[in-house]
Write a protein that binds this ligand. Sequence first.
Ligand code: WT7
Length: 667
Amino acid sequence: MADADLPSGADTTNPADTNPAIEAYFLEERTFPPSEGFKKDALVTGQSMYDEAAEDYRGFWARQALDLIDWYDEWDTILEWDLPFARWFVGGTLNVAYNCLDRHVANGLGDKVAYYWEGEPGDTRTITYAQLLDEVQKFANVLKGMGVTRGDRVAIYMPMIPELPVAMLACTRIGAAHSVVFGGFSSDALRDRINDAEAKVLVTADGGNRRGAVTALKPAADVALADTPSIEHVVVVQRTKNDVEMVDGRDHWYHDVMKDAFPKCEPERMDSEDLLYLLYTSGTTAKPKGIMHTTGGYLTQVAFTHKYVFDLHPDTDVYWCAADIGWVTGHSYIVYGPLANGATSVMYEGTPDCPDKDRWWSIIEKYGVTILYTAPTAIRTFMKWGTQYPEAHDMSSLRLLGSVGEPINPEAWVWYWEHIGGGSCPVVDTWWQTETGAIMISPLPGATTLKPGSATFPLPGISAEVVDDDAKRVDVGGGYLTLTQPWPAMLRGIYGDPERYRDTYWSRFEGRYFAGDGAKLDDDGYLWLLGRVDDVMNVSGHRVSTTEVESALVDHPSVAEAAVVGAKDETTGQAIIAYVTLRGGQEASPERGEELRKHVAVKIGAIARPKTIIFTDDLPKTRSGKIMRRLLRDVAEGRDLGDTTTLADASVVDEIKKRATTSPTEE
Ligand code: WT7
């Protein structure tokens, strides 16, 4: 993906280079077949679904679309594939909110709990499908009253409160596309995303609760709103009661506009290929990419994967995906998948250490959670905190565990299995991306023998291959992970930029989608993800572009140049290490480092704040002037340097090595 930015032979030729823990993967030989107890009630226990899908993947997905989703009109054509542009269930019409709400209520499930919501301060709300439907219809009418119609975009910048899924579902009900911007993002990030999408309305909140404090959202939104000409109205949910300024005529309290909202709103009959949402993801240039997801194919695959990967028994399961809805994991596996399947979910506002480090385990005990879906970065944090926290709670309700966001190292997998799952819950390691929309590579827990650290096999209906630099298929060993046939939830493009879509995903290997990840196949055909081969970092399971962080650093008046790398970090997966060259006359100091770290947090968001800033007089570059990030990563991770022959000035690295060992690091 980022090949253009990199010197040849540096970052992409050997994906294993990016993962120094490679030996641990190779040594991992434990296997975990599904237990008889789990198989007894499992939805899938054998190979037949794989075989059926392999025979005719289009027909397979069409059967899932009919089985899992209600359509107003059935499609004429299952798939139109004009590489790289796919159209699924062409001619079919449906409504996502109808599928997530109305049909369940019509089937007598109105009193079933959709969300057990828990606020960080301890306040709770139990929301049934009927209540959610009422609220969504009213808010859909509020949006309509503000002039939002089919095809418009609505920006959403909210904490993890029930009004967030309400706002999303209200958009889908009236055929508007939402663009959820993670509440931890800065004003600048929000502004850029609103402007790229030309959103008409912003839905936000006064603030949210995070680690015992209020995170103000409306004040941050106000800074963005100074420069977002497309926004006509702002709706503000009152959550934290912090002071906010309301602009007359533009800003409205949610509770005010909802009071008189008309309670019924007919769902729009949307085309299968109508835009459902945009979700921005960091790219290799500073401009974030608006990933486009459409309606019928997306809903089909999220419902399918949510049902079969999590072996969902909707009558008895209490499912908890502990992600934030601001990321794709929350879109697909807190909102659309679980609701389409009529599941009962837990939704939690805050952090796992508030008021104490056992908050998650107390939530599991309290609600009798049966399925937990989280990220390796969280698991590693819990490992660091110690087993006394989970041990203090009865978590025997759990029967299945999931992992997503980055490779899970075998140690963390086994810790999760043993200390959270009590040694009796399968762990499904699920590989996918914002772009894939839904899970692609994962075990089916009643059918697949697990290997800790391996995402195992592509799901039925999905086709993945590992290839080498010449796009030749690799049957055993490492290479690049590619997808070889279209899938229903695949991104339909990058908003406003079809060429960038083609270039980014479909140009590295002809006819193949290149995900940007390294992977290897072992002797048994199991897939092992090796991390990203490009220069996008993965911090706590979230992608942060080096270029964006570098741009933010250079934006500071004292900085001349910056190079950023992700270095292996026990807790966050990768930590951001920034090498910074100051402008002449500027002094390097710990205070300056702190100032720069803060600056990045303000420009991009706290997730992108570098852990360490290393001041250096120069950066290692190739003769053509490209920064050699691989060397910087080697330095940051304390490794011996590999090939340095393409380096323009070898003395630079020695200097940087000296600086690296003396720079303070934030813990
Ligand atoms: C990147 C996508 C999918 C929702 C969360 C992140 C990495 C994701 C796994 C996994 C190894 C994984 C990949 C991928 N990733 N899941 N199970 N094993 N790596 O979504 O921000 O779009 O990031 O996350 O590198 O390309 P995203």
